[in-house]
Design a protein around this ligand. Sequence first.
Ligand code: PGA
Length: 250
Amino acid sequence: MRPLILAANWKMHLGPAGAAAFLREFLAGYHPASNREVWFFVPSVSVAAAAAALRDATAVRVGVQNVYWEPKGAFTGETSVPMAVEAGASAALVGHSERRHVFGETDAETGLKVRALLAADVIPVLCVGETLAERERDQTLSVVRRQLAVLDGLDRAALARLVIAYEPVWAIGTGRNATPADAAQVHAAIRTHLGTLGAAGDHVPILYGGSVKPGNAAELIGESEIDGLLVGGASLDPASWLAIVGARSD
Ligand code: PGA
């Protein structure tokens, strides 16, 4: 059975001291559950502090929100995969919609990042999702398939180490989440697509993200196609994050 992954995306919030204080509060109320993992995508400057704070915690993982694909060199302002690993990260977001739409990141760049992460044995969490205009033009599945095309050519072993996050752009930070049924339909299409690439599609966790809150987490994870959640705003308050981490669909 795929573990349920509850992943926090802190975006540009919580420096090292803030991260440590948050995680102290989180750990005071955290009860690890079987087959459930809690991941934290923190700002790169806070990775070491988060990894230290979570050193003795069970079923947790620290990741970065972005990496550059070259291991080192004259790339001012970037963080390489080996540096992120050294700081304590074992996963990374790739192609988050803010990277794509605020910073102009392309599918080609996203593909290079996925490969650099896989080569270093770091889990890429590839984020895909359509804009509102694309959804209204009925292009959701074609956009998502285009974004997944960066996986073409990866072998079965590489595909088995991936995580996908479906985050409709219109749902991110807007308070308007996709319905569990809508999300499940896209997740099923993603799983079918992964199967055509040769992935043991059943093994790739597919997370949903976009306006997840304590009030809708349970019904979202109640969908069998939804293997976890990627949560922005509601992961920034320890109480609301603990409520999502402990959400039960039954
Ligand atoms: P949100 O963000 O939960 O604030 O909508 C999700 C994300 O961007 O990963």
